[in-house]
Design a protein around this ligand. Structure first.
Ligand SMILES: [Fe+2]
Length: 374
């Protein structure tokens, strides 16, 4: 536990999507999540349906409106497409954390509320994040049922086989914001949640021949408490920044990607590829350079294995990190996943890979016709 807000770490992440059932199937089949809970008409909730998925330390909730009268979900999906509505933090005392966060400058969205059923109770509150997202404070210590009141066992007999992904926990959550919004949200998160700015990438640090972005990483102080939240904003370039593309296609600022950790990235990427997950492609020349760097960093993985599965390896700073990014998983070029393995205390976010990565994203932008400025 890191600070005055008594934050224990990430709890659940909730997506608002067009079809929760299909998204739940995809996460089970492609990412090897387990569908363990369900909420909908059969459990007494009439206008929306949610699936509760678990994989090791991760808890995801995937929600759809099933009536247009559920304006909150329906309007979110109409505007943004499928995306992350909220990420949550497990806290000791919801009222105290909410009061402190709001006193520090947090914008209240939902005051603390208790939800009860025969299995106990949970408490929850929320503050605003970006255009249309939320940070939730939750305490589920006194609830013995499935996830929270309103949920039961899945109604459908969902029997899905998948290669085990070995995915462990949320490593970081990244936001994309408009020009001149990055510092605003950096200050907001630092003040509200008592975080600190850990890394900054300015003009020229992250750019290709064509496009650029600025980025700052805020995190729990001294790395404790587990929150890591990079924020990106577009920067002027000859062509359209991938962050600008996101803002245009998402119709505003929001969550760009979630990074999920693994203890064996080669096995994970092999399994995910077999399950049909699509990743960004890396040029072969990347691995020639990596072979030269390997000598200085004692990389224990076989470079030919990394090349075979297209895994990136960043040798900047302490230790080294292995990572790879999926293509956007929904219909719009907005939200995607990162798979990450930190080795020997690596603390970075793959800055050494940005060049190779952005060139790969630009190739996809070109194919979508969103690289050239209008
Ligand atoms: Fe990342």
């Amino acid at each position: 536990m890191s600070n005055q807000l008594k934050i224990k770490g990430y709890d659940y992440i909730e997506f608002y999507v067009g079809s929760a059932k299909m998204w739940a199937y995809w996460h089970a089949k492609a990412m090897a999540f387990n569908i363990v809970g369900y909420c909908g008409p059969e459990t007494g909730v009439k206008d929306k349906t949610s699936y509760f998925l678990v994989k090791n330390n991760m808890k995801f909730v995937i929600t759809s409106a099933i009536k247009p009268s559920n304006y909150e979900v329906a309007s979110f999906v109409e505007k943004h497409g499928d995306g992350v509505k909220r990420w949550s933090l497990s806290v000791e005392n919801v009222q105290e954390t909410f009061d402190t966060a709001v006193k520090n400058g947090g914008i209240p969205v939902r005051s603390p509320k208790r939800f009860d059923d025969k299995n106990g109770h949970i408490e929850e509150a929320a503050i605003k994040l970006y255009d249309d997202a939320e940070i939730v404070f939750i305490n589920r210590d006194y609830y013995k049922g499935i996830f929270r009141p309103g949920f039961g066992k899945p109604i459908q007999k969902i029997n899905i086989t998948a290669q085990d992904s070995g995915l462990q926990e949320v490593d970081h959550v990244v936001g994309n914001v408009r020009t001149n919004e990055m510092n605003l949200w950096e200050n907001y998160l630092n003040k509200t949640l008592n975080l600190e700015t850990f890394l900054e990438f300015g003009a020229g640090d992250i750019s290709t021949q064509y496009s650029a972005l600025l980025s700052k990483v805020v995190r729990s102080k001294n790395g404790g408490g587990g929150i890591k939240n990079p924020i990106n904003e577009p920067y002027e370039g000859l062509k359209k920044s991938q962050i600008e593309e996101y803002i245009d296609e998402y119709y505003g600022s929001g969550i760009q990607h979630i990074a999920i950790s693994t203890n064996n990235i080669i096995a994970t990427i092999k399994a995910l590829r077999e399950n049909g997950v699509e990743f960004l492609t890396v040029p072969e020349s990347y691995y020639d350079l990596l072979k030269e760097k390997k000598l200085s960093k004692m990389i224990t993985e076989n470079i030919d294995d990394l090349k075979k599965y297209g895994i990136l390896c960043d040798t900047e700073g302490k230790g080294y990190l292995l990572q790879l990014f999926t293509k956007p998983i929904g219909d719009r070029p907005t939200f995607f996943y990162e798979i990450i393995q930190r080795r020997e205390g690596a603390e970075g976010f793959g800055q050494g890979n940005f060049q190779a990565l952005f060139e790969s994203i630009e190739r996809d932008q070109e194919a979508r016709g969103t690289l050239d400025k209008e």
